[in-house]
Design a protein around this ligand. Structure first.
Ligand code: ADP
Ligand code: MG
Length: 597
C-alpha cells in the first residue's frame, strides 16, 4: 500500500460546486431585488434550524417536531431584553443561547432516553406548551407580540436593512455549516453517526451514548436559538405565530427533503421549501378562490411522494450532478498511539463463576463457569442456540447476568456498563455484523480507537483535534491493513461482502488495543484462503500477548488454532480441555456433532 500520501492539488467537482455557491451568495445582495434578498434571509434562517435537525434526526436518529420552540426562546429572549430592558442585542444573544441550552438540557435529559415514538410525541407536546406560553405571557406581549426590536450593531455598523441582515444571517449559516461538517468529521462525529442504528456497538467501544444524544440535542437547540435571535433582529418584531407546531413540521420537511443525513442538504431543503412555500402562497388561494394555508397540504403530499421515490432526500440527486472521484485523505505517517500495559502470560484474566441468564422462561446461560489465562486462545463452541453469544454479551456488559460473578483481571465486572468494561481492555466483534454501513471502512475502524482519543465536540467543531485525529486515523488504517483490507480503506463498509465486513469488525476491535479480544464467529463467510490468513493473524496476535476468546462453528479452523476449548450445550458446560481431548469426549460427540447441521 501507498502510505503517507495525502490527496491534494486537484480541484474536485464538489469544490467547484461549493465555490459557485459561495460566489452566488456573495453576489446575491448586489444583483437580487429586495424581495429575493428577503427570501434568501428566510432561507438562511430556516437552514440554521434544519441543520440542527439534520444532525439530530438524520444523523443521530432522534426525531424532533419541536425545534420551533427553541427558535422561539431565542427570539423572545432577545426581544424582551432589547425592548423592555433596552439591553444590547449581543446580551440578548448570550441570554437566548444560555436559556435555550438550559431548556434543552432539561427537556433532553427527560426525553432523549425515550425510545420509539415517545420522543417525537413529547417534542410535539413541548412545542404546543411553549406556543401557549409565548401567547399568554403578559411580558411577551401575548398574541400581539413585541414590537420595536432594535437592529444589531457590529462595531458601529447597524444591521438595519434586509441586505445588511443578509450578510449577518448568511455568515452565521455558513459558519454553522462548516462547524457541523467539522463535527461529523471527527472522533465525536463518528460516535454520533453510530447513534442511530449502532448504539450497542458504540457503547461497547466506550461511547456514552445517552450523554452524546443529549449533546446533539442541545447543539441542535442552540442552532435554532441562533436562528431565532437573527430572526427577531431582522424582522424587528416577534409574535407567537411563527413558533406554532406547523413550523416544527415544516423544519422537519426541510430536513427530509434536503436529505436528512447531509449537512448541505439543510441548505437544499430550506431553499426548496421556502421558495415553494412563497410560490404556493400566491398560487393556491387564487386557485381555490379562498385564503388559507393550503401549502401545508401540498407539502404533505410532496413529502409522501418524495419519500416514496427516495428515502435519501434531494441531496444525493444534487450530488450526482457533480460527479467526483472520491479520494479522501490517507492518514499521513503518525506517531503510534500509546499502548495499554499488558498482563504477564499465564496470569488469570477472565473468571466466569456460575454466570446465569434467562430470557423469560428460556435459560440461555445456565450457571456456567470457566477460566481463561492471559495469552491464551480459548474456543467457546457448541451447537446453535447453546448460549455462546449470550455469554459474550454477559462478559462485555451488553447484557446483565441474572446471577453469578464475572471477574476481569481480578475485578468484578458483571454489574458494569459495556463502556466501562471496554475501558478495561475488552474488545469484541459481533456475530451479526455491527458496522455503520454508509461510513468508510477507515472511519468504522477508528470508532474502535474511541477511548484512545480524548477530544470532544467543541474541540472538533473548532478543529483543535487535528493532531489527535491524524494519529487515530493512522492507527485505524494500520489495523485495516493488518486484516488485509488496505485496498478497501475508503469504501463504504456496507458495500463489502459479509466475510470482509467481519474482518472490518476485527480491525475495529484491534484498534481498541485490547487485552482480551472476543470474536463471535469471525470466520463465517470467509473463503478457505481467507480463513487461513485469519488463523495466522490470530496466532500472531496471541504471540504478541493478546488473549482471545473465540466462538466459531468451523471445527477445522478452531481445532488447529485454540489452546483450550469450552463446549456449551443448552446453556451449560458440557466439557472443557485441550482440543484433542475434547474431540474424543463421548458427550461432546453425542451433543455437539449431533446438533451440528
Ligand atoms: P449461540 O450464540 O450459541 O447460537 P445465543 O446465545 O445466541 O446462542 O442464544 C441462546 C438462546 O437464547 C437461544 O435459544 C436464543 O434464541 C435465546 N436468545 C438469545 N438472545 C435472546 C434475546 N435477546 N431474547 C430472547 N431470547 C434470546
Ligand atoms: Mg451466536
Amino acid at each position: 500500500m501507498t502510505g503517507g500520501r495525502v490527496s491534494g492539488g486537484r480541484v474536485s467537482a464538489p469544490r467547484v460546486a461549493l465555490g459557485l455557491f459561495l460566489v452566488f451568495l456573495v453576489a446575491a445582495p448586489f444583483v437580487l431585488s429586495e424581495f429575493y434578498v428577503t427570501l434568501m434571509n428566510y432561507i438562511g434562517l430556516a437552514a440554521l434550524v434544519t441543520l440542527g435537525l439534520v444532525l439530530l434526526t438524520g444523523v443521530a436518529g432522534l426525531m424532533s417536531f419541536g425545534q420551533q420552540a427553541f427558535v422561539g426562546i431565542g427570539a423572545y429572549t432577545t426581544a424582551v431584553l432589547t425592548t423592555t430592558y433596552a439591553l444590547s442585542p449581543w446580551l440578548g444573544l448570550a441570554a437566548g443561547l444560555v436559556l435555550t441550552g438550559l431548556a434543552a438540557l432539561g427537556i433532553g435529559a427527560i426525553t432523549v432516553r425515550l425510545s420509539g415514538h415517545y420522543l417525537p410525541i413529547s417534542t410535539i407536546a413541548w412545542g404546543i406548551a411553549l406556543y401557549f406560553v409565548f401567547g399568554n405571557l403578559e411580558i411577551l406581549g401575548r398574541y400581539n407580540g413585541l414590537q420595536g426590536v432594535p437592529p444589531v450593531t457590529i462595531a458601529g455598523w447597524t444591521v438595519g436593512s434586509g441586505r445588511n441582515s443578509y450578510v449577518l444571517i448568511w455568515i452565521a449559516t455558513l459558519v454553522s455549516l462548516i462547524a457541523a461538517r467539522n463535527l461529523l468529521d471527527s472522533r465525536s462525529g463518528r460516535a454520533v453517526r453510530a447513534l442511530r442504528f449502532r448504539g450497542t456497538m458504540a457503547e461497547s467501544f466506550g461511547v456514552d451514548t445517552a450523554r452524546l444524544k443529549l449533546v446533539v440535542f442541545v447543539y441542535a437547540a442552540l442552532l435554532a436559538a441562533l436562528s431565532g435571535w437573527l430572526y427577531a433582529h431582522f424582522l424587528r418584531f416577534v409574535s407567537p405565530g411563527p413558533f406554532n407546531v406547523n413550523a416544527g413540521i415544516e423544519y422537519l420537511f426541510m430536513a427530509v427533503v434536503g436529505g436528512a443525513s447531509s449537512v448541505w442538504g439543510a441548505v437544499v431543503g430550506a431553499s426548496v421549501l421556502t421558495m415553494l412555500k412563497e410560490w404556493l402562497k400566491d398560487l393556491l388561494p387564487a386557485l381555490f378562490e379562498q385564503s388559507g394555508n393550503y401549502e401545508v397540504i401540498v407539502f404533505g403530499v410532496l413529502m409522501v411522494a418524495l419519500l416514496h421515490r427516495t428515502r435519501e432526500g434531494l441531496m444525493p440527486a444534487f450530488a450526482r450532478l457533480v460527479p467526483v472521484a472520491r479520494r479522501e485523505a490517507w492518514p499521513a505517517e503518525a506517531a503510534p498511539l500509546a499502548r495499554r500495559e499488558r498482563p504477564q502470560p499465564g496470569e488469570p484474566l477472565l473468571e466466569v463463576r456460575g454466570a446465569h441468564r434467562q430470557f423469560g422462561g428460556l435459560v440461555a446461560v445456565s450457571h456456567l463457569s470457566f477460566e481463561m489465562k492471559s495469552g491464551e486462545i480459548l474456543g467457546l463452541i457448541g451447537p446453535n442456540g447453546a448460549g455462546k453469544s449470550t455469554m459474550f454479551n454477559l462478559v462485555t456488559g451488553v447484557l446483565r447476568a441474572d446471577g453469578g460473578e464475572i471477574l476481569f483481571r481480578g475485578e468484578r465486572i458483571e454489574r458494569r456498563a459495556a463502556r466501562e468494561i471496554a475501558r478495561r481492555g475488552v474488545a469484541r466483534t459481533f456475530q451479526h455484523v455491527n458496522l455503520v454501513g454508509a461510513m468508510p471502512v477507515l472511519e468504522n475502524v477508528a470508532i474502535g480507537a474511541h477511548l484512545r482519543g480524548r477530544h470532544g465536540t467543541i474541540a472538533s467543531v473548532l478543529r483543535l483535534d487535528r493532531a489527535e485525529e491524524t494519529v487515530l486515523r493512522a492507527e485505524a488504517a494500520r489495523q485495516v491493513e493488518r486484516v488485509g483490507l488496505g485496498g478497501q480503506l475508503h469504501d463504504a463498509a456496507g458495500s463489502l461482502p459479509l466475510g470482509q465486513q467481519r474482518l472490518v469488525e476485527i480491525a475495529r476491535a484491534l484498534a481498541a488495543d485490547p487485552v482480551l479480544l472476543l470474536l463471535d464467529e469471525p470466520a463465517a463467510g470467509l473463503r478457505y484462503r481467507e480463513k487461513q490468513s485469519l488463523a495466522r493473524l490470530l496466532r500472531e496476535l496471541r504471540d504478541e500477548g493478546l488473549s482471545i476468546l473465540l466462538v466459531e462453528h468451523d471445527m477445522d479452523f478452531v481445532m488447529g488454532l485454540v489452546d483450550r476449548l469450552v463446549v456449551m450445550d443448552f446453556g451449560e458446560k458440557l466439557a472443557e480441555g485441550k482440543p484433542q481431548d475434547v474431540q474424543r469426549n463421548p458427550a461432546v460427540i453425542e451433543a455437539y456433532l449431533g446438533g451440528l447441521e
